[in-house]
Design a protein around this ligand. Structure first.
Ligand SMILES: Nc1ncnc2c1ncn2[C@@H]1O[C@H](COP(=O)(O)OP(=O)(O)OP(=O)(O)O)[C@@H](O)[C@H]1O
Ligand SMILES: [Mg+2]
Length: 561
């Protein structure tokens, strides 16, 4: 039996306590199907989240059988929560979506034969015939069925659904409500469906009417018309507005004992809190396999990546096609007239400035293009799937597995992008001075640093649009704030540079290149403060990588429903 006793939920609204749910007392016997109905904004979703344990009640008790849920939450496998929004990836098929849900939520020992289980679940929700269809082409009703299927993988004893019938035509609505009804017939499961629709109330065992955060009726559907003295259920919403909420509340307190709910012959469910959740490593493997599958099917992203990986190195190479020649040097012994010596000196300086500018500009261009690629890698990586992640975390996904899967996926991308950029440019411009391997390492580090920072942004932003915008601004400011091309005001340099990955990559690269003939050329075009030793540059890029990962982890750890 699910029991709520005087449960309230309040939030702080500009210093004032605002009750979204006030003294709700509800009981639902096992094996029952309950509707929570009420006008928009009355607190239905809030109440459902309190039952699910997503919102913590401000006062009152919630019990599940003998268990006090304030002290011991329902385990991830005991509760299924179907939110209002779509929770599947467009690029996967129905079967793949359910299979990944199973791999993320149920360990192998518990479900040894995954294919059979997936097929049984799809049969139950009426999607077996469509199992190879992609999520993106599903109708509204089919998507709701899929959402239910994703929750059935743990065979939950409490299934909570939020508006799974909203926006559907009357026929599909009836089909989904009938499906939910059939799911409640199983064992000792309770199914709760939040809806503002008053159609098909007869299919439920219990109707709970919520009005401005107060329970104003909870009883069988055939007695609701009697309680509200109406001919049909459609008249209830207009009627609610005719009295103050407190009057409704008091009236219900007075009469509730006459609308008792039949708890049937079911004995109370005594669920044993077992965790079926797979190990973090199994979850990591499932996530990484899913990420690559989605990536390989996302044509737009594939074309964009190919264009950048192949096109950007070509752009850099075009600028260096003339080749980097050896700069002229002054002879050890001065010969000729003073005028000739002076002219020679001018021509040496000009040659050094030309070559220095070419090397410095080429390196900066290469680095900036890599930071652009990097921001595209990760700006939407978490923000773009935040709702799905929150849902999966609620279902038992470890945040560490999630972040580790992102790091693994992005590392492979970064390796391909930076190594190809470095190798291609080196082949086209073999005269680039310094160790090619060290330069490759720096290119990898700067791409990884920017990818990691943008992953951090993606982990804290509320929407993918915000995250992309901020990441692009960050790339846009790399060039001016690096002080590599435009000299920064003296006071700004120490403030801005530590945050600019492009600066450290550029400076580290120049440090590798300044050996031999090129030292003077590089010095001729750069300020002394811009030339930092390689190990300092590598250290700063490492700090950027670690900070980005930490922010991404902390941002995803904080719930964002
Ligand atoms: N975190 C919050 N801060 C402030 N107000 C909130 C918060 N969460 C919910 N509310 C308010 O609480 C009320 C109830 O919200 P809830 O989402 O539970 O309504 P609902 O009955 O599910 O509505 P709908 O049928 O439109 O989905 C609304 O007025 C909403 O604006
Ligand atoms: Mg709602």
């Amino acid at each position: 039996m699910l029991k709520l006793n005087n449960v309230s939920f309040a939030i702080n609204d500009n210093g004032e306590e605002l009750h979204l749910i006030k003294e709700a007392s509800i009981s639902v016997p096992p094996g029952k199907f309950m509707a929570i109905v009420g006008p928009s904004g009355c607190g239905k979703t809030t109440l459902l989240k309190i039952i699910a344990g997503i919102n913590e009640e401000s006062s009152g008790d919630i019990n599940w059988g003998e268990r006090d849920l304030s002290e011991q939450d329902l385990t991830a496998s005991e509760v299924g929560y179907v939110p209002q929004f779509s929770i599947a990836f467009d690029e996967l098929t129905i079967k793949e979506s359910v299979r990944y849900a199973l791999r993320l939520r149920v360990n192998k020992e518990q479900a040894p034969n995954q294919s059979d289980l997936v097929s049984t679940i799809l049969d139950k929700v009426g999607l077996k015939e469509l199992s190879d269809r992609k999520v993106k082409v599903l109708s509204g009703g089919q998507k709701r069925r899929l959402s239910l299927a994703l929750e059935l993988v743990t065979d939950p004893t409490l299934l909570l659904c939020d508006e799974v019938t909203s926006g559907l035509d009357p026929r599909s609505e009836k089909e989904i409500v009938t499906l939910l009804h059939s799911l409640s017939q199983n064992k000792k499961r309770i199914v709760v469906n939040v809806t503002h629709s008053l159609n098909h109330l007869d299919l439920y065992d219990i109707i709970l009417v919520l009005y401005e955060g107060h329970v104003v009726y909870q009883g069988p559907p055939d007695q609701i018309s009697h309680y509200f003295s109406v001919e049909s259920a459609e008249e209830i919403y207009p009627l609610l507005g005719c009295r103050e909420v407190n009057e409704w509340h008091e009236s219900w307190q007075k009469h509730k004992h006459t609308y008792l709910i039949d708890d049937g012959t079911c004995t109370d469910a005594e669920p044993i809190p077992i965790s079926y959740t797979p190990s973090p490593i199994s979850q990591f493997i499932a996530l990484i396999s899913r990420r690559f599958k989605i990536f390989s099917r996302d044509k737009t992203q594939l074309i964009l990546q190919a264009a950048m990986i192949l096109g950007f190195p070509l752009l850099v190479a075009v600028f260096g096609l003339d080749g980097i020649t050896q700069p002229k040097t002054l002879p050890s012994k001065s010969t000729g007239s003073i005028i000739e010596q002076f002219n020679h000196q001018v021509s040496v300086s000009e040659s050094q400035i030309k070559i220095g500018s070419l090397i410095s500009g080429l390196i900066m261009f290469q680095v900036i293009l890599l930071t652009l690629i990097a921001s595209n890698n990760s700006a939407r990586e978490i923000a773009g799937e935040r709702e799905i992640f929150e849902k999966e975390r609620f279902g038992g996904l470890h945040t560490s597995s999630y972040i580790a899967s992102k790091i693994a996926f992005l590392t492979i991308l970064v390796l391909i992008q930076s190594l190809w950029m470095g190798i291609f440019v080196q082949i086209c411009i073999p005269s680039l001075p310094g160790s090619a391997v060290t330069r490759l390492l720096i290119l990898f580090m700067v791409t990884a640093a920017m990818t990691s920072v943008c992953l951090g942004i993606s982990g804290i932003m509320k929407s993918p649009e915000q995250s992309s915008l901020l990441s692009i601004y960050l790339v846009g400011f790399q060039l001016p704030l690096s002080g590599a091309i435009l000299t920064l005001p003296h006071w700004l340099e120490p403030i801005s540079r530590p945050f600019i990955s492009a600066f450290w990559a550029w400076s580290g690269n120049l440090d590798v290149m300044k050996e031999g003939f090129y030292g003077q050329s590089i010095h001729a075009v750069t300020q002394e403060s811009s030339l930092q030793p390689l190990n300092i540059c590598i250290a700063w890029l490492s700090v950027h990588i670690l900070t980005g990962i930490f922010v991404a982890y902390a941002g995803t750890k904080r719930p964002q429903w």
